[in-house]
Ligand binder design. Structure first.
Ligand code: GLC
Length: 821
């Protein structure tokens, strides 16, 4: 006979519709409205509450509260902050409840609880499907939105496919995807944030849920776009542009501003699986210096460890790690080691890490409390619970020891977490602020928490140095503490193109410090492919070559002399670009703006900047358009120049934009164009950033013909390149602008906006393009400059072949004005 208890339980389960429903239950009509200071709580059938809160006039949080779901809102990605009060008007009519700030409107239909968001001009950003607004099926929750012909979707973090994510369904589930194909989804990272563009208006949507979620942007049907999660709350934030940069600015205010990296990490980085033994590492280092190919960083992949035991050194391959690291340091190399989360199950050999992990209960565990064991490099392994403060401290101490030995940065790998590409048990538990949550909630956060643990540890041991930290897996908000690489790509032309698009999408998702394995990881590139990949790497925020085990050599000199020269000059260009790159990183740190930007970041009004055929050309900051050659055998490059004038930096030719052009692109050339009003700073070449001089600083200048262009110019950020002193004002910010006066004269003005860091004396070499004829006179602060004065004195010269005026001057004082007539 059934026990009464069992019968009662069964009845209770049957009585709960959330558990037994086999189809979506839909939200219904509005029952009641409770306005509050930031918005309102709207109660809808059947007993759910839709909470609408303005955090800023252009930022709204929408949360569905269901009585049957108790899972707390996700807090890891969101930065703690007090949002200033917002003036919200709540208006109720017979049909809708309308909440309005100065910039945005949110309407909820009384009949269906469907939400519509618009700007104050009434342009709809999106609206719920009126018949099917929000629904749930057990733990799963979903919301549907009407799809419009002009809806475009960008971002979602590290995603393959086209730049515009429309027409596909995308999954958030961090996955170890060795040799992923060009439309594989999901891959390593989950950033459930996208930028929507409708006509001239951009908005952003961040779905704050770490469970497995999906974004269907009109895949398999034409009715809607939707997003859903397998569990956890429907909790999302919407930010209004109307320009794309405004969206990413707000998003990175919400989830945190990107870190300011150490300057050395912007240099060229060389990796392979694996350089060993120690002599081989030294040989690679020496070869860079002998061949005068600049480089800053060498990587140690898994072979440095003893049977892949994390925090060990292989006794024969690396018998004296400290001495090795000292030698490399003396040669100007930083060293980054791989760190995998898997801790070898080994309690018999005296391996302290495993012993401590068990004693301190630092492991991810099954619901019965026993450690979850899965197989990775070291064989059967435990997985640290990086959500647990004690474990963070413990892991951090081990990282601190590595740092003390002379390791400069941490490369966090296999942290999806990977168990040989297989499924990590969903029931495995992590601390999660005392909630003891399963992988359903924690899986996508594992890499994020591991990278954050490493960043915090590095900061703890060297509070005055900005850490370098790299991760394969991650989640929204990771930009605060880590760089990202796109995992195990393939040495193919398709992957070179895909890599550009992935980086552009990641940058739009608030993650600017990113790169691909240059040359491709799986397989070996042809010499031509390697050369072209290095030429893309020059502009990748993270510039690292890497390849898998047992492939051919993949150093810049491994492909013959011609490609060695091509690679050297590309890497030299990277070092020359560092003043610009570094300033862009500072901009990213302030506003979230990516370093590498899709064309529409700056030309949202230009439909061609969204075109598929233009998605592998990009802007580096606001002044430089780069159209790398990404086709095998390509010796010409067809590209789109948006409106305005552009100077081809290879030939000096000035083009009128608003059209497609084709330029010569032999293997040694990267087509690059300076935008009018733009100023590109180029420093000297150095063999590594440790010996980088600040001058002479060359400025490539193309005066604008309109006044809007004259607002661009350059904000040059300089500091010590390593510490946090810039946060206390120890930096120099110099603004350069250029303008064309109605009388045809051209001005270049230098102003020191903040003078908190001594950069010493330096010469400026200003190359002004697009002037047309030799000037009659050039003045500096009203004083006539001498023509053809030589390289060390203030003066100017005219290059008739390239039609460039070069003005040389010693940088001095708070303001300098050059007038060219
Ligand atoms: C993973 C990483 C790769 C690394 C390899 C060995 O495949 O993605 O970069 O070289 O493991 O550690």
């Amino acid at each position: 006979m059934d026990s009464p208890v069992l019968v009662a339980c069964t009845l209770a389960v049957l009585a709960s519709p959330a558990v037994v429903s086999a189809q979506y239950e839909l939200v219904g009509a509005v029952d009641a409205v409770q306005p509050d200071a930031r918005g309102a709580a709207v109660q809808c059938d059947p007993g759910v509450t839709l909470r609408l809160q303005f955090l800023a006039p252009d930022l709204v949080r929408v949360t569905l509260e269901r009585p049957d779901i108790r899972e707390p809102l996700l807090d890891y990605p969101i930065v703690d902050q007090d949002w200033p009060d917002v003036d919200v008007q709540v208006q109720q009519t017979g049909d809708v409840i309308r909440l309005a700030s100065d910039e945005m409107r949110v309407e909820v239909a009384r009949e269906s609880c469907a939400v519509r968001m618009s700007d104050t001009a009434g342009t709809t950003l999106f609206r719920n499907d009126p018949e099917m607004a929000i629904g749930w099926d057990g733990n799963e929750v979903r919301t549907w939105n009407v799809i419009h012909d002009d809806d475009r979707f960008y971002g979602l973090g590290e995603k393959t496919g086209a730049l515009n994510k429309r027409g596909e369904e995308w999954v958030m589930w961090n996955s170890d995807t060795y040799a992923y194909v060009a439309d594989r989804d999901p891959i390593y990272q989950s950033v459930p944030f996208f930028v929507g563009v409708r006509g001239s208006v951009a908005y952003g949507l961040y779905f704050n849920n770490s469970a497995r979620s999906t974004f269907n942007f009109g895949a398999g049907q034409h009715r809607y776009w939707s997003f859903a999660a397998e569990q956890g709350p429907l909790d999302y934030f919407v930010m209004l542009g109307p320009d794309v940069p405004d969206v990413v600015d707000r998003y990175t205010e919400l989830t945190g501003r990107p870190l300011m990296p150490p300057l050395w990490s912007l240099g060229y980085q060389q990796s392979r699986w694996s350089y060993y033994p120690d002599d081989e590492v030294l040989r690679i280092a020496r070869t860079f210096r002998e061949k005068r190919i600049p480089a800053d960083v060498l990587y140690l992949d898994i072979h440095y460890m003893d049977e892949y035991r994390v925090f060990s050194w292989h006794p024969e391959r690396f018998p004296q790690p400290v001495a090795l690291l000292d030698s490399l340091e003396a040669m100007g190399f930083k060293v980054v080691t791989i760190i995998d989360p898997g801790v070898k199950v080994d309690t018999t050999s005296g391996y302290r890490v495993a012993r401590e992990l068990l004693d301190g209960r630092h492991y991810v565990r099954y619901p019965d409390g026993s450690p979850m064991i899965g197989s990775v490099w070291p064989g059967p392994s435990y997985f640290p619970d990086y959500s647990r403060p004690e474990t963070q401290r413990w892991w951090g101490e081990w990282l601190g020891r590595l740092r003390a030995e002379g390791i400069d940065g941490i490369w966090n790998d296999m942290n999806e977490p990977a168990v040989w590409g297989k499924a990590f048990p969903l029931e495995a538990l992590m601390y999660d602020n005392g909630r003891e949550s399963s992988q359903k909630r924690m899986h996508n956060l594992y890499g994020y928490l591991m990278a954050q643990t490493a960043y915090d540890a590095l900061r703890r041991v060297r509070p005055d140095e900005r850490p370098f930290n790299l991760t394969r897996a991650g989640f929204a908000g990771e930009q605060r503490f880590t760089a990202v690489w796109t995992g195990d790509n393939v040495a193919s032309w398709e992957h070179l193109r895909l890599g550009v698009r992935i980086l552009l999408g990641l940058g739009l998702s608030g993650v600017p410090f990113i790169g691909t394995d240059v040359g491709g990881f799986v397989g070996s590139p042809s010499p031509e492919l390697f050369a072209r990949w290095v030429q893309v790497g020059v502009f990748s925020p993270l510039f690292r070559a890497h390849t898998t085990a047992n492939t051919l050599d993949q150093e810049p000199w491994s492909f013959g002399e011609y490609v060695e020269d091509v690679a050297r000059s590309a890497i030299e260009l990277r070092y020359r670009l560092l003043p610009y790159m570094y300033s862009l990183f500072h901009e990213a740190h302030r506003t979230g703006a990516p370093i590498m930007r899709p064309m529409f970041w700056h030309f949202q009004e230009d439909s061609a900047s969204f075109a598929v055929e233009n998605s592998e050309q990009f802007m580096l900051g606001e002044s430089l358009l780069v159209a790398p050659v990404v086709e095998e055998g390509g010796r010409f490059r067809s590209l789109w120049l948006p409106r305005g004038r552009w100077a081809d930096l290879a030939t000096g030719t000035v083009y009128e934009g608003g059209r497609r052009i084709t330029v010569d692109a032999p293997l040694e050339r990267i087509p690059m164009f300076l935008r009018e009003g733009g100023i590109l700073p180029l420093g000297p070449v150095a063999q590594h950033t440790g010996v980088l001089e600040r001058g002479p600083l060359t400025l490539e200048v193309l005066p604008a013909s309109d006044s809007a262009g004259s607002e661009r110019g350059l904000r040059l950020f300089e500091d010590d390149g390593i510490s946090y002193d810039f946060e206390d004002g120890d930096y120099r910010l110099t603004r350069f602008v250029t303008e064309r006066q109605p009388d045809g004269s051209v001005r270049v003005i230098r102003t020191v906006d903040h003078d908190g860091h001594d950069i010493g004396e330096r010469m400026l070499v200003i190359n002004v393009h697009g002037i047309g004829t030799s000037p009659r006179s050039v003045q500096l602060n009203g004083r006539e400059l001498e023509a053809n004065a030589g390289a060390t004195r203030d003066g100017w010269s005219w290059d008739v072949a390239r039609m460039v005026v070069t003005v040389r001057l010693a940088e001095a004082g708070a303001r300098q004005e050059i007038v060219i007539r």
